[in-house]
Every structure is written in structure tokens, then in C-alpha cells.
Write a protein that binds this ligand. Structure first.
Ligand SMILES: Cc1cc2nc3c(=O)[nH]c(=O)nc-3n(C[C@H](O)[C@H](O)[C@H](O)COP(=O)(O)O)c2cc1C
Length: 347
């Protein structure tokens, strides 16, 4: 049993990545727990009420551990009225967008979710987009909850360790979905997992979990050789029958090559990796002037909803990592876990 398996009390040192926006279903989390890996509920975009229903459904299902993932609010650049108007002109259906949420509302949502995690004795909580506040860390630790921060550079991982995280998930540039990055870096280049794991392992003393482009046993082995003691996997679960991935998203994954994804802020205002589509190509020249998160996200929400309802992948956010090249058919959580883990190898 390695360090992570011991801490999490799981059979396999694998975490089903939290995937917000409807992709993480209760079935996906339950099936992951049944396979002996850590299931993750994705609380991003969920109301506290819905999160509570999901926590209860998952805890009633099994005594195996699971985690809840939280988006840590932070203040992005406040856009000017004119900047917002420019984007409203460009984004289809933006007139139907909900009012922007204030930072206070985001913190209220975060704090209510922390209270639920404590109330229902959720064994583990992970954070993305920033370092969680001291108060929440203290409350969660007092309640016996294990904490994991997400980092995309060794410097961010050090801040997570200093903030009291029990472990850190390092997200390589290959990863699908939103980037966890929160520190400004010189240049645009995000770090590939092969460099990120050993540099982080040398920089912190807490366990390091690797995420990004991991899709089979060879990649899991490589992550271990580089010093990780667990992996967090997202993209390979997108074609599982248990996940909530919409049909057009599934179809595009099956058609795409590994080189068909790109990092963009055009959907949410925060950098995220997804399959290139018409929205990304049409708006390419405005990429750098995207509104900050959550403003861009709020304005594109109706466009993404209409596109999804009409099965049109051109205007949906098709989040996926660079591991999509070999994903050609529907699968199950059991098959994905089997492809990731060799029971014969003891760690
Ligand atoms: C569709 C999708 C949604 C995601 N949503 C979240 C999220 O809500 N919270 C989070 O911490 N990470 C999220 N991620 C990132 C994953 O935690 C993880 O870093 C990533 O999936 C690993 O790379 P891979 O997709 O190549 O396996 C998401 C990833 C994908 C593909």
C-alpha cells in the first residue's frame, strides 16, 4: 500500500477527476468508488442544495471514501461597461444571460459548501483556481477532512503546502478542462507533466498526485517513476456510459486527434483545454481581450446551452485533454480503471 492509498483508504491510487458542468454524475462517482478508486463530486456551478443531494446519494451508496471539489473564488479584473458591451455584441444569445454574480455571492456559496462538507463528514475536499482561505482550511481540518490543493507550477504547489494541504495535485499542460493556475507567469507556456512532477516532488514534502494526459498503465507507471504517488484522471472518463458528457461532445472526442485540442479563455474567461471548434476559430483574434472569469462564462452560458440542446458542437465548450487521440468508442468506468491499473503491480 503506498502513501496515498494509505491516506485515502482506497484500493488503487487513482482519483476520478472532478468534472463540473454536468459531466460528473452520481453514477460516475459511485462506479468509481465500486472500482476501488477515489470518486469526486464536482461542486463548481452546483447550488449548495444540489451538492447536498449528491453528497447524500454518494454517502448512502457506499462506505468507500470520496471527495468534493470546490472552486476557490478570487477577484478577476473588473471589466468596464464598454468591454462587456463589446462582448455582448459578439456572443450569440448573450442578452439572455443571468446577472453577473458578485464576489461576495461567490464566497457565500463557497462557505455554504464547506459547511455541508463538514456537516456530512465528507472524507476529503479538493480545491482548484486558488489557495483556499485559512478559515476554511482550519474548519475542515478540525472536522478531520483531508485536503488537496491543485497547482500547475512548483511555486503554486509550495503555496499549497504552506497553506496546510495534505497533498497536492499537479496539473500538466496536457490536462483537459480548466487550468488550476493562479500565479502570473512570464510567457504563455504551461508546464508539461513530465517536467512538472519531478520538479514539484523536489520542492514539497506532501504527496504529489499527477494529472494531465494520463490514459493507460504506461502513463500511470511513468508518473510513479517520476515521483508521483497517485494520479487524477479526467478525459478517459468522458466516454463512459456513467458520465454526463453530452452526445455532440462525445462524437467530437471520438473523431478528434490529440492535436485537435487547444487552451482557450474564450468560453469562460479562464484558460481551459478543449477541442477546437467554430467559436474558438471565429473569435481567435479577440482571445486576449476575453473578459475575466466569471464574466465571460456568464455571457457565453446561454450560447452554450442552446448549442448543446440543438446538438451543435460548434458553440459548446468541448473540454478534453491531449489524451483523446485513442478514444474511439463508448466505454465504462470499469474498463477505464482496468486500462489504468495492473493489479499485479504492488506499490
Ligand atoms: C470536462 C472536464 C471538466 C473538469 N472540471 C474540473 C473541475 O470542476 N474541477 C477541477 O478541479 N478540475 C476539473 N477538471 C480538470 C481535472 O481535474 C484534471 O486536471 C484533468 O482532467 C486531468 O487531465 P486529463 O483530462 O488529461 O485526464 C476538468 C477536466 C475536464 C476534462
Amino acid at each position: 500500500m503506498n502513501r496515498l492509498m494509505h491516506m485515502l483508504q482506497v484500493e488503487k491510487p487513482i482519483i476520478q477527476a472532478p468534472m463540473a458542468g454536468g459531466i460528473t454524475t452520481i453514477e460516475l462517482v459511485k462506479a468509481s468508488m465500486n472500482e476501488g478508486i477515489l470518486g469526486s463530486l464536482a461542486s463548481g456551478y452546483l447550488s449548495p442544495g444540489v451538492l447536498e443531494e449528491q453528497i447524500l446519494a454518494v454517502s448512502r451508496h457506499s462506505r468507500h471514501p470520496f471527495q468534493v471539489n470546490l472552486f476557490v473564488p478570487h477577484e478577476g479584473a473588473q471589466p468596464t461597461f464598454m468591454h462587456v458591451e463589446e462582448w455582448k455584441e459578439r456572443i450569440p444569445y448573450s442578452e439572455e444571460a443571468e446577472p453577473f454574480t458578485t464576489l461576495d455571492e461567490q464566497w457565500d456559496d463557497f462557505n455554504r459548501k464547506v459547511d455541508l462538507i463538514i456537516k456530512h463528514h465528507v472524507p476529503m475536499c479538493s480545491f482548484t483556481f486558488h489557495v483556499p482561505p485559512e478559515k476554511a482550511v482550519k474548519q475542515l481540518k478540525q472536522a478531520g477532512c483531508l485536503l488537496m490543493g491543485t497547482a500547475s507550477t512548483p511555486e503554486e504547489a509550495i503555496l499549497m503546502e504552506e497553506a496546510g494541504m495534505d497533498m497536492v495535485c499537479v496539473q500538466g499542460s496536457e490536462a483537459g478542462g480548466h487550468r488550476a493556475s493562479f500565479l502570473e507567469t512570464d510567457g504563455d507556456s504551461s508546464i508539461g507533466l513530465m517536467s512538472l512532477i519531478p520538479e514539484t516532488v523536489d520542492a514539497v514534502s506532501i504527496p504529489v498526485i499527477a494529472a494531465g494526459g494520463i490514459k493507460d498503465r504506461r502513463a500511470v507507471e511513468a508518473a510513479f517513476i517520476l515521483g508521483a504517488c497517485g494520479v487524477q484522471v479526467g478525459t478517459p472518463f468522458l466516454l463512459c456510459k456513467e458520465s454526463g458528457t453530452p452526445l455532440p461532445h462525445r462524437q467530437r472526442i471520438m473523431e478528434a486527434h490529440s492535436s485537435d485540442t487547444r487552451i482557450t479563455s474564450l468560453f469562460s474567461g479562464k484558460q481551459a483545454r478543449g477541442i477546437v471548434n467554430r467559436w474558438m476559430l471565429d473569435q481567435e483574434k479577440y482571445e486576449k481581450s476575453s473578459l475575466s472569469y466569471p464574466y465571460q462564462n456568464t455571457l457565453t452560458k446561454p450560447m452554450r446551452k442552446v448549442a448543446s440542446e440543438s446538438c451543435d458542437p460548434s458553440f459548446m465548450s468541448l473540454w478534453a485533454g491531449q489524451g483523446i487521440g485513442s478514444m474511439k468508442s463508448s466505454t465504462t468506468v470499469s474498463e477505464v480503471v482496468y486500462s489504468l491499473w495492473d493489479h499485479e503491480i504492488k506499490r
